[in-house]
Write a protein of this length. Sequence first.
Length: 132
Amino acid sequence: LEEILVAGLRAQGEPRPEAALALERMRTARRQKETQDRERVARMLKLLRSLRRSSAAARHAVFERARAAIDRWRRGRLVSPNYIEAWEKLIAGGLPAIERGLREGFGGLGPEALAANAPFAIDHRPSSPTSA
């Protein structure tokens, strides 16, 4: 979309202020989304580090809850089958597979997409400073 706007601005000669402003807003929104995506992946990787230090029983319980979430996705047709299949395979591969998926992507899905559609119950909202 940005390329279309830029080409249109160039074709018109002198850019109109409202078009330049729209382009800048789009760039700002993209930067914000990229930051949110990176933070979401970082939170997922933090969860995995925490799970790695947890007991086998605790890891098993987390994976069972994730499998139950995936079952709800499937029954309710809540998520694309691509995510369902990817997360089933990643969970079957355990922590190393999940971590690799969140670093490199898996099944045609990038790390950001996997983190945004993960079956783990973590807060994906950006952290905000708390008042003391």
